[in-house]
Ligand binder design. Structure first.
Ligand code: F6R
Length: 611
């Protein structure tokens, strides 16, 4: 959602903060602001991108070795200068940046208004800093205690950083439900929503836990629980390289991430598959082998692209492990009193590991006694910390807001989970597993090959860049790939797109087909091939334009489609990993040709930490 960065040390804070905001901008980009302490607190904020803020402060003397910054994705209050963070107390002594939502802000605001507080914004964040101010006024507490008392009064999710001009050599940071990482340097500390602004300066980080408050001075860090007990922090070493956070010669992060997929899929399988002996090893879930042998049902919860990966997982787990699977939108799951028992296994899928709806679904399933596995990309994020066990996707940082390599890594992990469970339950023969793992092992090379269609895909994209609508159709596990293709197109190019099971088209969407309607089919030579060919003919008979993703060497579909894009031959189980590639490329090129901001599409944020 929003991105937070803070610095306290011996260097000039502003360059560190502004660079950090650029790295965090994928989290939110409707406004940005910074605060610096140089005797008193100075705040500069602006609606727009981080670059607009930089322009705004050009020529201003930005001194100070303590600073913090914020990039926003609006929840309470429209994007505007006055709603941008940081927000200050009425007496300007205190300043805050915040990621999350204070749910009871309206009640608190009413009480504060009655006491004469005047608010300059529509945000819940400003209410929180006025509450701290009010507590100090009423009780005489120092800033540390006043923040702690205030946090005990608020309901909701937050990651905050607070500065006080009364104690100008200190930052106070706290988290509940929204991520916060502290970078530990020599005589300096960094605070950020994730490690990306920190890695340049130190590899040593502390992931703040929920309900913890950090009191940070240049040479001292004290972490307490919100109930005032001192905590012993654990320092992790970051496994993150700076070049992973840069475009590396590509025009956009999205394109770089599309091209990283041979590597990310290989990393995801490394040390986990043994094709020669037909074995899958998943260290993160091995303690749950008995559970997997006896599991009655698997529920997959996720949102957006991760939900699409979950649908692919459903096909694979049911096919190979023969366990019934239900795939749920995390946002709906918790609001319909779902039936969950202790014999259920819940798999929560999340790239960021911070999605609020997915976290809420996990909490609910946990309360009902289910075992929860996480499939996450960001190491140390919240979801891996609240699940019982899990498997990381190891795709590396995904900066483009539209998910690409995270999706294929999720599908890869779910494939491994399907085979792992099948292996434990004896629902797959050793020889079949050897055959499948041998093919899976080759997928990175085949993805590389699929990427070679880029120029051809770009030519096709040029033909359809002005379309107003687009349909994506597939059957079996290619149906979720169609859904994912449609989501990619709509989120980055703003063309209306729908994904459908190909056979469902005749039950309604066929009415939309005319000469203006491009229809993308996933028509590889597998179990539903002939049926999909019939569906293609139905579209052609009504004048629709067909773009078909086909198996290399296909001639039948070629004869009827307007355009074909070939992908290498593989087992049906792995088609989603290959068919996704041209769909990602087609959306990317269309969005670029339409002049859209590919990496930061309008209204979106990378991790959705509000429900
Ligand atoms: C689409 C996209 C989103 C996310 C969704 C869940 O390209 O990125 O639909 O998939 O917001 O996010 P995570 O996986 O972080 O839980």
């Amino acid at each position: 959602m929003c991105g937070i960065v803070g610095y306290i040390g011996y260097r000039d804070a502003y360059p560190i903060v502004i660079k950090g905001l650029h790295r965090l901008e994928y989290r939110g980009y409707d406004s940005a602001g910074v605060a610096l302490i140089d005797k008193d607190i100075k705040v500069y904020k602006k609606a727009g991108k981080v670059s607009d803020l930089e322009e705004f402060v050009k020529g201003v003397n930005l001194h100070g070795t303590i600073g913090m910054g914020h990039t926003r994705w609006a929840t309470h209050g429209a994007p505007s200068d006055r709603n941008s963070h940081p927000h200050s107390s009425g007496d300007r002594r205190l300043t805050i940046i915040h990621n999350g939502i204070i749910e009871n802000y309206a009640v608190i605001k009413e009480a504060l208004l009655a006491k004469g507080h005047v608010f300059l914004s529509d945000t819940d964040t400003e209410v929180l800093i006025h509450l701290v101010e009010d507590i100090q006024k009423e009780t005489g507490l120092d800033i540390r205690e006043a923040v702690r008392v205030a946090l005990n009064k608020v309901i909701g999710a937050y990651a905050i950083v607070i500065m006080s001009s009364d104690e100008p050599d200190q930052l106070i940071a706290a988290r509940k439900g929204s991520p916060l990482v502290i970078g530990v340097g020599e005589g300096e500390y960094f605070v950020a929503s994730d490690a990306t602004p920190i890695v340049e300066y130190t590899k040593n980080v502390i992931y703040l836990n929920d309900n913890e408050i950090a009191y940070i001075r240049r040479d001292d860090l004290l972490i307490k629980n919100i109930d005032n007990t001192v905590q012993t922090p654990y320092i992790h070493e970051l496994d993150l390289k700076l070049e992973m956070l840069e475009k590396g010669g590509y025009d956009h992060f999205m394109l770089k991430e599309i091209y990283e997929q041979p590597r990310s899929i290989r990393d995801c399988m490394r040390g986990r598959i043994y094709p020669k002996i037909g074995k899958v090893q998943l260290g993160g879930i091995k303690e749950y082998t008995d559970k997997l042998k006896n599991v009655d049902r698997i529920l997959i919860v996720a949102c957006g692209t991760s939900w699409h990966a979950g649908l692919v997982g459903e096909y694979l787990i049911e096919e190979y492990a023969r366990v019934p699977v239900e795939v749920e939108y995390a946002s709906e799951f918790r609001y319909r009193n779902p039936i969950i028992t202790e014999r259920d296994l819940v798999i929560a899928i999340s790239q960021s590991g911070e999605t609020a709806d997915t976290m809420a679904a996990i909490e609910l399933a946990k309360e009902k006694g289910a075992t929860i596995f996480g499939v996450c990309n960001v190491v140390g994020a919240s979801i891996p910390r609240i699940t019982h066990a899990g498997v990381y996707t190891h795709a590396g940082p995904e900066i483009g807001v539209a998910s690409t390599k995270a999706f294929t890594a999720q599908v890869t992990v779910l494939t491994l989970i399907a085979f792992y469970i099948a292996q434990q339950r004896g629902t797959i023969t050793q020889s079949k597993l050897i055959e499948l793992l041998t093919q899976l092992n080759e997928i990175p090379e085949l993805v590389e090959k699929a990427l070679q269609s880029n120029d051809h895909v770009k030519e096709i994209a040029a033909k359809f860049k002005d379309s107003r609508n687009c349909l994506f159709l597939g059957r079996g596990s290619s149906f979720p790939v169609a859904l994912e293709g449609a989501l990619k197109l709509k989120e980055i190019s703003y063309i209306h797109a729908e994904g459908y099971p190909a056979a469902e088209m005749k039950h309604g969407p066929i009415a939309l087909i005319d000469e203006e309607m491009p229809v993308v089919f996933i028509a590889t030579k597998h179990s539903s091939y002939e049926k999909v060919i019939s569906n293609i003919q139905e579209v052609k008979a009504r004048g629709g334009k067909v773009i078909a993703i086909v198996t290399e060497g296909d001639t039948d579909v070629k004869a009827m489609a307007d355009y074909v894009i070939e992908i290498p031959q593989t087992d049906e189980a792995f088609v989603p990993l290959l068919a996704t590639i041209p769909l990602q490329l087609i959306s990317y090129h269309i969005a670029v040709m339409r002049g859209c901001n590919v990496d930061q599409p309008r209204n979106l944020a990378k991790s959705v930490t509000v429900e």
